[in-house]
Design a protein around this ligand. Structure first.
Ligand SMILES: *Cc1c(COP(=O)(O)O)cnc(C)c1O
Length: 462
């Protein structure tokens, strides 16, 4: 063994303590550090080190060169995209994921996949899904949507008497995927799956809304020859609008379609009794996407994919090899997702659910909603801003009252970036900004800081 590596092995507990110290420092400074550091000149890449210098020097080099460049996205005022942090228990679970370094995707070494199955059961309960849904962990909502739509593709084949998994997507002929306000990852998934971005048909939404118009959806279904795929949206990223899942499901009496619901963060409405009606009927979906690195507050990367047709899922993703054995009633994970090898991704989710339970996570969701409403109210009261949509759940979509040009909004975002991070969008043809609340640390004090920073910047920018 290399002498430096052997020395690291001998000092492992000490090195873990040093790493723990660095982690504690980073977390303790989350509130004081710039939320997003000003973009300086990028570092010139260093050459590959030739000789071992050990963990101490790697840790020092990371803290010196790279840590200052990283954002405080684990902290309470990183309101860009839809970004969660990591609860203490989730962080502990994530550390132990690396410690145990499992590649548990078959019954040949099945402890990890059994833990994943227990965790999926808890998540199903959390989101009000029945045992008709099985689930698997994937890396994010994009991969969850891709997996769900891959199962949908195989279902279309079943209806048409072909198997895209065996014969390719071309065996289906033209496919129509209908959706009101789909996330960008849906088009990406359709590209990956060989259905093509052009298979996505935008269905009109209700006036002034991002929720699909059920009557327009019915017309689109009536105009679709053969079976279709409908992507329902439960929580759009701009205005957190929800399709009426019950109304969509009712269309099944007259039309043949697979229903995939993208509930990446909207599924968490189920935790808050006041908002649970928004995802009423979620269980009837054939496949459901939920992100976990957003509102569950586990570290990247983690999401879950639920489906009622695990048989079709295994047909798509089966990875038969002699040593892996037959699929059986409970296929090994290796047969259920695009990945074969993968980390024990479920452990961080298991930890946070074990530690805080349904009520602990409900408190996070409800607090974030209250914070979003408070920021919405503060911006509405400030003549410098216009809200572009009511705060339905955890996102505030707003713009400048005067001359909301992309340039002025960029200046606004950059002026506040050390204090609060928000991301650009276009809503209803207007350049806008979104502030999304999904971090477990965020409080009303953060809302006040964000509102003050935004208000001051709005008065300063040209
Ligand atoms: C975030 C999000 C996605 C994509 O999620 P990733 O985790 O970035 O892959 C898809 N759909 C919706 C509605 C989202 O909010």
């Amino acid at each position: 063994m290399d002498r430096t590596l052997a020395a690291d092995l001998a000092r492992l507990p000490e090195l873990l303590d040093a790493t723990r110290g660095a982690a504690a420092d980073a977390l303790a400074s989350l509130d004081a550090r710039p939320v997003v550091p000003a973009a300086g000149k990028p570092h010139d890449p260093e050459p590959l080190p030739e000789h071992a210098t050990g963990t101490d020097t790697a840790l020092a080099a990371f803290r010196d060169r790279w840590e200052p460049r990283l954002s405080a996205s684990a902290g309470p005022r990183y309101l860009g995209f839809v970004t969660g942090g990591a609860t203490p228990a989730a962080l502990a679970g994530d550390w132990l994921t690396a410690v145990h370094d499992q590649n548990s995707n078959s019954a040949l070494d099945g402890g990890g996949q059994d833990l994943e199955r227990e965790t999926v059961g808890w998540l199903r309960d959390l989101f009000g899904l029945t045992a008709a849904h099985s689930g698997t962990f994937v890396s994010g909502a994009t991969m969850s949507n891709t997996t769900g739509l891959a199962i949908a593709r195989e279902w279309l084949g079943e209806r048409l008497g072909v198997s895209p998994a065996e014969d390719g997507a071309a065996a289906l002929g033209p496919v129509r995927v209908l959706s009101g306000a789909p996330h960008s990852s849906i088009a990406k998934a359709l590209s990956v799956l060989g259905l093509g971005r052009n298979s996505l048909v935008r269905v009109p939404t209700l006036p002034g809304r991002e929720a699909v118009d059920p009557a327009a959806l019915e017309r689109a279904l009536a105009g679709t020859p053969g079976p279709a795929v409908v992507v329902a949206n439960a929580g759009t990223v701009n205005t957190v609008d929800f399709d009426d899942l019950r109304a969509i499901e009712a269309l099944r009496e007259r039309h043949d379609f697979w229903l995939h619901t993208d509930a990446a963060f909207g599924a968490f409405a189920a935790l808050a009794p006041e908002h649970a009606h928004l995802v009423d009927g979620l269980d009837a979906s054939d496949s459901v996407c939920v992100d976990l690195h957003k509102w569950l507050n586990v570290p990247y990367d983690s999401a879950v994919q639920f489906t009622r047709r695990r048989d079709l899922q295994a047909r798509v993703f089966q990875n038969s090899a002699a040593y892996l054995g037959p699929l059986g009633a409970h296929p090994d994970l290796v047969h259920l997702t695009p990945e074969n090898s993968h980390r024990l991704r479920a452990l961080a989710a298991w930890f946070t659910l074990r530690a805080y339970g349904r009520q602990g996570h409900r408190e996070i969701v409800e607090r974030d909603i209250t914070c979003a409403r408070a920021l919405g109210a503060a911006l509405e009261a400030d003549p410098a801003f216009t809200l572009l949509a009511p705060v339905r759940l955890n996102v505030v979509c707003f713009t400048l009252a005067e001359a909301p040009t992309p340039e002025r909004l960029t200046a606004l975002r950059e002026a506040v970036a050390a204090e609060v991070f928000v991301t650009p969008t276009v809503y209803g043809g207007t350049a806008a900004v979104r502030a999304a609340f999904s971090n477990w640390r965020t409080t009303q004090a953060d809302v006040r800081r964000a509102a003050e920073a935004l208000g001051a910047a709005a008065r300063e920018i040209a």
